[in-house]
Design a protein around this ligand. Structure first.
Ligand code: GLY
Length: 569
């Protein structure tokens, strides 16, 4: 066939596509499904499941389990997370709360020394730092209640990578370097994740045969493959031998919870986000509630950053005071999101001056920590959606593996307030809401989110500790402004979390003039430098999938700061 004929046919075909699906923007592909995740092997595993006829929930299991193997520094069977679901056939939004729970023997002051001071590192590494994991229970639950495929089929990719290995990347090396001392302290963790007690070179093939066996045990026996029987015994033995406090009862009583997400409006957008024990949804609703009264499109960038900062400052202050595990404390959500409270916060904002954080609340310990974590987003051809943020907290979690299990445990206990504040004159106790108790879930910032308006739907989320909420907030503002998936993940970021009282920003987020305008308003600015070097893991790793409701096309993007992959088909 001559070139001109091929060209004519191609043009005719593209005209037909436009007629069938409506106009498609340049660079955007008409597709039926999309996945974005933090690791290419996980995205590919999820896409394979979709291509074989699985739904978004099957793909979520395949991605969750593959990330557990290929991103051991971010999430895993020894960790927890939140899976925000939209099920098309029931038109229901659901949040699967698979957050870790404190062991039943945990106590309020377990990380304090005799003088009542927090013992550094005690809640961050070793067997005492770990909550009871939720990831295995969540995967079993997803397969049983939402998937089309067997658990065995959905876990097969992860088993394969655990048994036969995968090549480690730059991120692995940077995080392993960061936690090298802690990894070396635990013989089993060092044996699996280091090479002769050193950070393995790039391209090193990491095999995790014990983890493969544990995954197979879950495949075969569901919940009992992890929370009772031989894996559970090995987990508890390993933890207790290392001065941890897990018991068989802790594992046997672990259950995921289906919770209602936080749903609210921002102008013409409907936001669906994580509910407690995540602070994300409420903090986003408060921040955007305050901002909704301003015309952010009509003011310049420093004025906008000032207003966004002042709104975040107030929402994060409420986070510190009021939020924790809803199964243990009563969070005044209706009041926090009520018109009166939002208006009073808004009225306290001055356009010409930053409000020092000490003037707006007396909570002095925010309990906001966390560094790593991971995220993935999915839309399938059936119209189902999953936004999932998963964590073992700090890179490589507690750097502790109970022998024989291959399961790297979390250090999510560090997300509790180790030393809640003393009561104030009104009897209010700062950060008490997030104090430690046996069976309680630590407060989280993980904020898997959907954004919907009449034209588009986005599935969005990111890791990044306390900055997760502000990153998702900036993503929502960009989406509401009509930005593309690629523009949203590439946006330069800034953050304020009430305490410490400064705006943290990443390189190039502010130019000199913008920075000096913000300083004139009374803000302190601090550029966030990479703790790892190499530009990796500096400021989030956002994963987004967007459905264009007009033509059915899907676009997706992975954060350029990370090594993730998005695929649309
Ligand atoms: N571990 C991070 C978070 O849950 O916010």
């Amino acid at each position: 066939m001559k070139n001109s004929t091929i060209l004519q046919k191609a043009r005719l075909f593209s005209c037909l596509l436009v007629v069938l699906h409506g106009p498609v923007q340049a660079g955007e592909i008409t597709t039926t499904a999309g996945i974005a995740s933090a690791h290419p092997l996980a995205t590919k595993a999820g896409m394979k499941i979709l291509r074989q006829g699985g739904n978004a929930f099957d793909a979520a299991i395949a991605i969750t389990s593959t990330l557990a193997v290929v991103e051991p520094y971010s999430s895993g069977l020894g960790g927890g997370g939140f899976w925000l679901l939209y099920q098309k056939k029931t038109n229901k939004y659901i949040m699967i709360d698979g957050r870790e729970k404190a062991p039943l023997a945990a106590t309020r002051d377990m990380y304090l020394d005799k003088k009542g001071n927090v013992e550094p590192g005690k809640s961050m590494q070793g067997a005492l730092a770990s909550g009871i994991p939720g990831v295995p229970a969540a995967m079993v639950y997803l397969a049983r209640h939402y998937g089309r495929f067997t658990l065995n089929k959905n876990l097969a990719h992860a088993v394969n990578y655990a048994r036969h290995g995968y090549r480690i990347n730059k991120t692995y090396r940077l995080y392993a370097k960061l936690r090298l001392k802690a990894l070396r302290k635990n013989r089993e963790a060092a044996r699996i994740f280091l090479n002769n007690n050193e950070v393995p070179p790039e391209g090193y093939i990491l095999k995790q045969p014990d983890l493969a066996k544990t995954l197979e045990n879950i495949s075969k026996n569901g919940i009992n493959g992890f929370y009772s029987g031989k894996t559970a015994k090995a987990l508890v033995n390993g933890v207790t031998r290392a001065q941890g406090i897990w018991s068989m009862q802790d594992l046997a009583q672990y259950q995921i919870v289906e919770r209602k997400p936080v749903i609210f409006k921002y102008h013409n957008n409907r936001i669906i986000s994580a509910s407690p024990p995540s602070s994300g949804g409420i903090a986003l609703a408060e921040t955007l509630g305050i901002l909704e009264a301003y015309n952010l499109g009509k003011i310049d960038k420093p004025a906008k950053i000032h207003l966004v900062t002042e709104s975040m400052r107030r929402a994060y202050a409420d986070r510190a005071r009021f939020m924790g595990d809803p199964d243990f404390i009563s969070i005044p959500t209706q009041w926090l999101l009520g018109k009166k409270h939002i208006a009073s916060w808004r009225n306290s904002i001055r356009l010409d001056e930053a409000t020092p954080s000490e003037f707006i609340s007396d909570v002095r310990e925010t309990g906001i920590k966390g560094l790593d974590t991971t995220h993935f987003s999915i839309i399938d051809k059936f119209g189902n959606m999953v936004s999932a943020t998963l964590s073992i907290n700090y890179p490589f979690g507690a750097c502790f593996v109970p022998p024989g299990t291959g399961v790297l445990l979390n250090d999510e206990m560090d997300d509790f307030s180790s030393k809640p504040g003393v009561p104030n004159i009104y009897g209010l106790v700062g950060a008490e809401a997030n104090s430690i108790a046996g069976g309680k879930r630590p407060l989280s910032s993980m904020s898997p989110t959907f954004i919907e308006n009449k034209d588009r739907i986005a599935v969005i989320g990111t890791p990044g500790g306390s900055r997760i909420i502000s990153m998702v907030l900036l993503g929502i503002l960009e989406f509401a402004d009509g930005k593309t998936a690629k523009e949203i993940v590439g946006k330069r970021r800034y953050h304020h979390q009430y305490l410490p009282d400064f705006i943290m920003y990443e390189e190039n987020a502010l130019n000199k003039n913008e920075a000096s305008r913000l300083r004139e308003l009374g803000h302190t600015l601090k550029q966030k430098m990479s703790p790892y070097g190499g530009g990796l893991g500096v400021y989030g790793n956002m994963q987004i999938v967007i459905l264009n409701r007009k033509d059915g096309s899907i676009t997706a993007a992975s954060d350029p700061r990370g090594l993730g992959l998005s695929i649309v088909k």
